[in-house]
Design a protein around this ligand. Sequence first.
Ligand code: KGT
Length: 292
Amino acid sequence: MVLAAIVQFCARHNVKDNTLRCVDAIKCAAGKGAKAIFLPEASDFIGQGDAYNRLSEPLESGYFMSAVRDAAKASELWVSVCVHEAGGSDGRCFNTQVLISDKGSIESSYRKIHLFDVKDVGPGNTPVLESASTEPGRRVEQPRHTPFGRTGMLTCYDLRFPEVSLMLREKGADVITYPSSFAVKTGRAHWETLLRARAIETQCYVIAAAQAGVHTHAGRTSYGRSMVVNPWGGIVTQLGACNTDPKPYDDTQPLPDTPTEIAYFDIDLEEIQKVRAAMPLQQQRRHDIYAA
Ligand SMILES: O=C(O)CNC(=O)[C@H](CS)NC(=O)CCC(=O)C(=O)O
């Protein structure tokens, strides 16, 4: 059994403020004895307009990443966090998840491969075009050994593509992370079902730390409801949902406040083996019929 923490908050365009929230959460989790902490997608910032280009940073030297790595080292816990990594083509960034060890080193990083380019699910049924600001990654990383099992990284919209989660399972994953910032409309309709399905079919822990609340005056809002699902498909813990997709806000008024939430849970490595022994899906796959 390994004690871990999952964090939900509402990032805005102030990187220093978001950094403080993440560092505080890391200290708090360490104080409770957690060995790992899972932070949401876009923990460094959520902005609008040219924010992506202006605020994205290199992983090795960025303000946000340096502070989080220092905190991981000082608190001696593992961190999964997702940031905007500078250096994509055409002034774009990468949407990158980073796995940081309890020594503060970057163990692995994964650039989101499926981008959220959709027609009518944004606030007020508006389109979203993540590829305008973000360059897609080109590969899935090998799951990494950690004290809480072999961890495979995916991000947000990747959740809709079971091929990649099954690929991670095939490569030995015990835990799959999905740091997210789900839209409210799609979150209400699909979030729980997708997370539980990915856990049931991969027989892995699924850990999805999410953004929640109103990020921008343009009405960018995230669903929240961060969730941990065990390899049997049961919800281990979840945080609050933001259930109403608001209309664009009056930018003369302050945005409504959303508190940071943290939940604690155990990752039970024996439970993974028990579920797989009872129902050996991995041995029963018919790759002879449907190619790997
Ligand atoms: O934009 C950033 O700063 C960080 N990236 C995101 O929040 C991305 C792109 S807008 N969000 C999603 O993939 C939501 C997926 C979703 O909601 C679904 O699959 O239904």
